[in-house]
Design a protein around this ligand. Structure first.
Ligand SMILES: [Zn+2]
Length: 451
């Protein structure tokens, strides 16, 4: 693979067209389209990259393509080790690259659980071997996700995987004292605790959002207050101990209000929303198709509107996929027996375009902030995705993705890279296509296909 790449006529963050030269992992030159000096720069870069031997650069026609920073997902389930039938690090990161991602944070609810240095290093190495994007393992907060004893947070932080994000996701750290201890502990290495906010006593047997629709369908409800009570408690704890708290998959209008209040207090509270909670509502449950079963559950139209407004005004910092592949025997079954969770990596940007860009809530620079710069700051990976002012400037990491905003596609589960097929968007026509993705100057996707 040639190590010098010229991106012709791309629009960084949707702005004016530029030619970018990528060499040796960084942006080596930026000029107006067809800039006269580009030829010489390319030749120099090619010479340097090839150690003196001239090689032709790879030229990508970027007309009408928007260059965004490589996307960063704080919330991915890669299922390895333990459920390689549903997803592997290799297949999940392939899906990530095709979706424009260059970093994913792999959740800890694997088998065995990622609660020791050994397991997080295993996942990290699998990511390096696959090479499609950076994999940053999330460490469990409690041993075995059992919620009773703190896991080896320090050992995971100082391991080769350098864990900075800790979460029992799938389970709530419901014990207030354990949550306080975890928040105190991670301060030593600027870590963050990412909470799956669900008061477990309020959601026993829950099958969908609590409300009139659940009553009509005869399904036990998952009340908004079960999420909001934990967010309020943990925001107070984070403020009390001066630590960083991140709220996973915010799903209710009330949660947005509480996070807005916590931020106004000056506390270090950040939050994410999933694409499916921005677009889909509880009405879909009436089909009893388990592809729409997810935790937290799909909520009401009023909730999706509050989540969009919260993401637009920055109360919600970022979009995270909660990509949750499930094998068909766990998903294509009766509603009550089906596992909660949906695929998300290959459709996230498209759903954000539909819900946030096409509706006028966000521009392209805002999308870059919500899907790359902010999650990079929260997860501590600013070495790869540095900051908005440096993006596509000379010397910046050549970690970016090229989006065709005019193209669209009908989602076919069989055409996705994931090993599982549980996408809730089957048959939907979604806007936007990723044409290419680059990780530190190396293409991981070209012409919409894995390299
Ligand atoms: Zn969760």
């Amino acid at each position: 693979m040639t190590s010098v790449i010229v991106l012709r006529d791309v629009r960084p963050l949707g702005g004016d067209p530029r030619d970018l030269v990528l060499a040796q992992g960084v942006v080596a030159a930026v000029t107006p389209p067809g800039g006269g000096e580009l030829t010489g720069v390319v030749a120099d870069a090619a010479e340097g990259a090839a150690g003196g031997t001239r090689r032709g650069p790879l030229v990508v026609d970027g007309r009408d393509l928007i260059a965004l920073p490589g996307l960063v997902d704080l919330h991915t389930h890669l299922r390895e080790p333990g459920r390689e039938d549903a997803e592997t690090v290799e297949s999940g990161t392939r899906a990530a690259a095709l979706g424009g991602y260059t970093t994913v944070f792999a959740m800890a609810n694997t088998d065995p659980v990622a609660d020791t240095a050994g397991v997080v290093e295993q996942v990290w190495r699998l990511g390096q071997d696959a090479g499609h994007c950076d994999v940053r393992p999330v460490g469990a907060v409690t041993r075995g996700l059992a919620g009773t004893q703190l896991a080896e947070l320090g050992a995971m932080a100082s391991s080769a995987a350098a864990v900075r994000v800790f979460s029992d996701d799938g389970h709530c750290v419901s014990d207030a004292l354990l949550m306080r201890r975890a928040l105190e502990y991670v301060k030593a290495f600027d870590g963050v605790v990412a909470q799956h906010a669900e008061e477990p006593r309020l959601t026993v047997g829950a099958q969908m959002n609590e409300g009139a629709t659940a009553a009509r369908l005869g399904l036990p409800g998952w009340p908004a207050v079960a999420e909001e009570a934990i967010i309020a408690r943990d925001a107070l704890l984070a403020g009390h101990v001066g630590s960083r708290l991140h709220i996973c998959h915010v799903s209710t209008a009330g949660s947005v209000d509480i996070i807005r209040w916590a931020k106004a207090k000056g506390w270090q509270v950040t939050a994410e929303v999933t694409p499916h909670h921005l677009l889909l509502t509880e009405e879909l449950v009436a089909s009893y198709d388990p592809v729409f079963k997810v935790n937290p559950p799909l909520r009401t139209k009023a909730d999706t509107e509050a989540l969009r407004a919260g993401l637009a005004d920055g109360t919600i910092d970022c979009v995270a996929t909660d990509h949750a592949p499930h094998a068909s025997e766990d998903k294509e079954t009766e509603w009550a027996a089906a596992r909660p969770g949906m695929l998300g990596l290959e459709t996230a940007l498209s759903v954000v375009i539909q819900t946030m860009v096409a509706t006028g809530h966000l521009g392209w620079a805002d999308v870059a902030e919500r899907m790359a710069f902010a999650p990079a700051r929260i997860g501590g990976v600013t070495d790869t995705v540095p900051d908005p002012t440096g993006f596509a400037q000379v010397g910046a990491p050549a970690t970016l993705t090229l989006l065709d905003p005019q193209a669209s596609r009908v989602i076919d589960p069989h055409a996705l890279a994931s090993r599982s097929g549980n996408t809730p968007y089957r048959g939907r026509n979604l806007p936007g296509l990723i044409r290419a993705t680059f990780l530190r100057g190396r293409p991981t996707v070209l012409d919409g296909k894995i390299v």
